[in-house]
Write a protein that binds this ligand. Structure first.
Ligand SMILES: C[S@@+](CC[C@H](N)C(=O)[O-])C[C@H]1O[C@@H](n2cnc3c(N)ncnc32)[C@H](O)[C@@H]1O
Length: 316
């Protein structure tokens, strides 16, 4: 008999995710201890998952939960978890329809229509959870992304759709001479201002329609995976037109293996993009084709080992 372990594990996987989502949402890792027999079961399950420890009758955060699940921790991933719980988890419930129709599931799940980021930013709380979600994962990746290539010869980087500025901050830390500008939708700029201080210039605008601030290096982190190929071609063309000769474009995305087999986490992200955006994840070869079609050359990719990989393309 073949070991059924992998199947049994996958049957249970969503229960484990949802247990952590519920505990984060109920404030368990912020010290909340709602009472009741059912609540005790949730606490025990978190203990079994290694998220809580027990001293006598008292539960306390395990170190990993204290660092990444407590909301006030500087490294918290609670924004991403809250947004996964409220938006992604219900939409993944319609994965079959997403696969059949190739369309995101906002209308089917929440009855809402309109542009993608209007869904993510539906309420102040939803926008905050989404942006803090980007921030939590971005902080784990951006130091590796700016380290992946030698960027010392660039003078001014504009991070397009830079959210809370984690990439801008990592770039300033690694290349103190580099001037850095963050370009974002107007509704995100104030949120970014609270996080980047005065080292990073902020410009409000729409990267599909407004003039891009002048730069010799643009960055797009988790932007290309949000959009259809037509939109990507338009955006890459605009970036290419705005760059001087030898200017660069730094991309932070997860790279699929060239044979498309792995990584599992990248395939999960690609399905995630299917349920909530117009986009998908790609191989370096696919990015290379899109970038060369837009006029770039010397496309190089690096698998960083962090949650996001890096691609650097140069304008001839
Ligand atoms: C998936 S998030 C990635 C954020 C950030 N680059 C990161 O990696 O954490 C996409 C970002 O693009 C921004 N964005 C979406 N459409 C935009 C547009 N038309 N112009 C400028 N920014 C946009 C959103 O506000 C959001 O912060």
């Amino acid at each position: 008999m073949t070991d059924p372990g992998p199947i049994l594990d996958l049957i249970e996987a969503f229960r484990r995710s949802k247990t952590m989502f519920a505990a984060v949402n109920l404030g368990i890792f912020d010290g909340e201890r709602p009472s009741g027999a059912a609540m005790d079961r949730l606490l025990e399950a978190c203990w079994a998952l290694g998220l809580l420890e027990k001293r006598g009758e008292e539960y306390m955060n395990a170190p990993v939960a204290d660092e990444y699940l407590r909301r006030s921790s500087p490294r918290t991933l609670s924004g991403y978890i809250r947004y996964s719980n409220s938006a992604l988890y219900p939409m993944w419930g319609h994965l079959e329809d997403a696969a059949i129709e190739g369309e995101p599931r906002w209308k089917q799940t929440f009855g809402s229509e309109g542009p993608i980021f209007a869904h993510f930013f539906k309420t102040d709380e939803a926008r905050r959870d989404f942006l803090m979600g980007m921030h939590g994962v971005g902080r784990l990746s951006s130091p590796a992304v700016v380290e992946a290539f030698d960027l010392t010869h660039f003078h001014h980087m504009v991070d397009l759709g830079g959210a809370t500025g984690h990439l801008a901050i990592a770039a300033r830390a690694r290349y103190p001479e580099l001037k850095v500008t963050l370009f974002e939708l107007p509704e995100v700029i104030e949120f970014a201002r609270e996080r980047v201080g005065d080292e990073v210039e902020l410009v409000a605008g729409d990267f599909f329609t407004d003039a891009l601030p002048e730069a010799d290096l643009y960055a797009v982190g988790r932007i290309l995976h949000d959009w259809s190929e037509d939109r990507i071609r338009g955006l890459l063309g605009r970036i290419h037109d705005s760059l001087p000769a030898r200017g660069g474009l730094l991309i932070a995305e997860r790279l699929l293996d060239e044979d498309r087999r792995g990584l599992v986490s990248t395939h999960m992200q690609s399905l995630n993009m299917l349920v909530c955006t117009e986009g998908r994840e790609r191989t370096l070869g696919e990015y290379d084709s899109l970038l060369r079609a837009a006029g770039f050359a010397e496309v190089r990719g690096r698998v960083t080992g962090a949650p996001l990989d890096a691609v650097l393309a140069t304008k001839p």
